[in-house]
Design a protein. Structure first.
Length: 272
């Protein structure tokens, strides 16, 4: 106890402020709700000494909250309900519950965006390869996992819908569609690094932002892109503008969130 008084006395006002800020930041870390369903996230307590964990062979996020460590696991829409195992501390089992998503039927006037031509496939495959490389990246840094909404507007298509395009079954809706006027600014929901941009066949003008530990956000159908690969962006930084490029029925932002390379419900990461 005697050693503490000289230490405190020797601290400058700036260092005391920095210390308090660091402590506040640690206690303020927010975790997404434990939502173990297809398209959700599982939040599993692990040993405080755990330095790495995997799920289905992929590294998963570890968050230290006030001295307690948690694994935050993305569960893709194709995840089967039942018992699953987190590879950490000798194996931790958890249960994934079932969830039913409703259907959505859309009519796409540009039929080529529903049934691409054979000569479109090299571009589509190249798009997928580029985006996958961004999704599988895993930076060992503590991400800010409490997001702001990237654009204001009504939700035109929620996450997880079973989609039928021109009466043809397609993959479930892996993001959140937010309707907004063309040209509306799109902002970063949290800090990160831009890891991919491009004009993709289905997604149109697109930006991907890496927030750390496999947490990636994606912004599609933009009218213009205002950032470049390698840019460090802070919360609120303008990434571009709402548009209607790619496969769309009108102007909107398709916002997707990926965790350990599976798409999960963006709502789970929004500030409470």
């Amino acid at each position: 106890m005697k050693n503490k008084r000289p230490l405190i006395a020797s601290l400058t006002t700036a260092s005391i402020t920095a210390f308090i800020t660091a402590c506040f930041s640690l206690s303020a870390i927010a975790l997404p709700n434990h939502t173990p369903v297809p398209g959700g996230v599982a939040v599993i307590k692990v040993d405080s000494k755990t330095e790495s964990a995997t799920y289905k062979g992929k590294p998963v996020m570890l968050v230290d909250k006030e001295g307690v460590k948690f694994a935050v696991i993305g569960l893709g829409l194709s995840t089967r309900p039942g018992r699953h195992t987190l590879e950490a501390n000798g194996g931790i089992t958890f249960t994934v519950l079932d969830k039913t998503y409703r259907e959505q039927r859309l009519t796409i006037e540009n039929k080529r965006k529903v049934n691409p031509y054979a000569n479109d496939m090299p571009r589509i495959n190249a798009d997928k390869k580029e985006m996958t490389a961004a999704f599988v990246n895993f930076e060992l840094k503590q991400p800010d996992i409490e997001f702001d909404i990237p654009v204001q507007g009504p939700i035109s298509s929620p996450f997880g819908l079973k989609r039928f395009l021109n009466d043809q079954a397609r993959s479930p809706h892996s993001g959140l569609d937010i309707a907004a006027a063309e040209g509306t600014p799109i902002v970063a929901p949290a800090s990160g690094i831009v890891t991919a941009t491009g004009d993709y066949f289905f997604n149109g003008n697109t930006v991907l932002v890496d927030h750390g530990q496999g947490l990636i956000s994606m912004y599609c159908h933009m009218s213009q892109i205002d950032v470049a690969v390698g840019d460090k962006v802070e919360r609120g930084k303008v990434l571009g503008e709402v548009g209607m490029t790619g496969r769309v029925t009108g102007p909107h932002l398709h916002w997707a969130v990926s965790l350990n390379n599976v798409r999960v419900d963006p709502n789970l990461f929004l500030r409470k």
